[in-house]
Design a protein around this ligand. Structure first.
Ligand code: AMP
Length: 325
């Protein structure tokens, strides 16, 4: 399939690359590295990123201001399983060809003939882009290697999530060696954050409640966000830091988002599968890392209850298995 993807890239003069709304380092890393690699290999091509830019990710490089969709254009979408969450694309059928590069569970085909490379066992979309570059004539340099590094490091939470395979370690080891990446220097922009966010994290740790079976949850109001001088995106950025808390197997942050008139939800698990439950609340994601948006805060209580019941079943299964031994 990588060969077919390369041939399609080679065929088109105009290429647009998109990612999901609510950008994260893997979405930005996979798209920017792919754009830079295509331009390094084919400098004459017209390659631009779609979607809204983000100051938070300025260390990756420049975002493009590109809205117009012209004829004979190839669209490549990274890190996004469904059309509704592609940032900057109103009508996917305007594109002559579409490629999907993703590591989320399959939701829908983008076009009847779209070329879709989906590997749910891959740590990140950036890891797939790295394999694509390694296995085709696409070129790489230190900047591209750094962008891929940020994407993989972020989506694996420095290899702490269970999506890191031996392949992930081999690939990243080779990348560090070949491009002499300075890991500490690269960690700095990725992990540097305002003191206000650290203080908000302290607030969440102090105020998180735990259900009977071990779901950690907190509802964060706009008033709290203002008190800490942060915004609705901040809690989702720190949810990975709440892993490995004794007796907390699932944890969920519900954050009031006044600007979008809804609530942002981030859920993580180190036990039960959560994405099927998130899908019932206008969300989705990976087995152990999901998100959702709700407009009615009462839905948050229903969601927490469902997660608690799922966790109860999961813990019971564990006990039953150990009793069978
Ligand atoms: P987050 O908690 O925002 O980092 O999201 C975790 C995972 O869930 C990512 O893979 C997202 O793509 C996915 N996700 C987040 N929000 C939504 C949503 N509203 N609908 C579908 N998937 C989502």
């Amino acid at each position: 399939m990588f060969k077919d993807i390369f041939e399609l890239i080679k065929k088109y003069q105009k290429i647009r690359i998109a990612r999901h709304v609510g950008a994260d380092p893997d979405a930005v890393g996979s798209t920017m590295s792919l754009k830079n690699s295509i331009l390094l290999t084919f400098p004459e091509k017209d390659v631009k990123l779609l979607g809204t830019g983000s100051n938070r990710f300025s260390y990756f490089g420049k975002f493009d201001k590109c809205e117009e969709i012209e004829e004979d254009t190839l669209l490549i979408v990274c890190d996004t399983p469904d059309i509704r969450r592609i940032d900057g694309v109103d009508d996917i059928n305007k594109f002559s060809d579409v490629i999907k590069i993703d590591h989320h569970p399959f939701i829908e085909k983008f076009q009847d003939n779209s070329l879709e490379y989906i590997d749910i066992n891959s740590s990140s979309a950036s890891e797939i882009v790295l394999r694509l570059i390694n296995e085709t004539p696409l070129l790489m340099d230190e900047l591209i290697a750094s962008q891929i590094f940020w994407g993989i490091i972020s989506d694996t939470n420095r290899f702490m999530f269970n999506n890191s395979s031996p392949d992930t370690f081999h690939l990243i080891g080779n990348l560090i060696e070949k491009y002499q990446l300075n890991i500490n220097k690269l960690y700095e922009p990725l992990y540097l954050r305002p003191l206000e966010e650290v203080r908000l994290e302290g607030f969440i740790a102090s105020n998180m409640e735990i259900t009977e079976n071990g779901v950690g949850y907190i509802k964060i109001t706009d008033k709290t966000l203002n008190e800490f001088k942060t915004d609705a995106a901040a809690p989702g950025n720190m949810i990975g830091n709440f892993n490995y808390i004794d007796n907390v197997y699932v944890w969920i942050f519900v954050t009031e988002d006044v600007k979008n008139e809804n609530y942002r939800i981030s859920i993580r698990s180190r036990g039960p599968i959560i994405n099927k439950i998130a899908e019932k609340y206008h969300g989705g994601g990976h087995n152990f890392a999901s998100g959702a948006r709700i407009t009615d805060i009462n839905e948050a209580d229903l969601l927490i209850k469902e997660l608690d019941e799922e966790l109860k079943k999961y813990l019971k299964k564990d006990v039953d298995l150990s009793e069978d031994k």
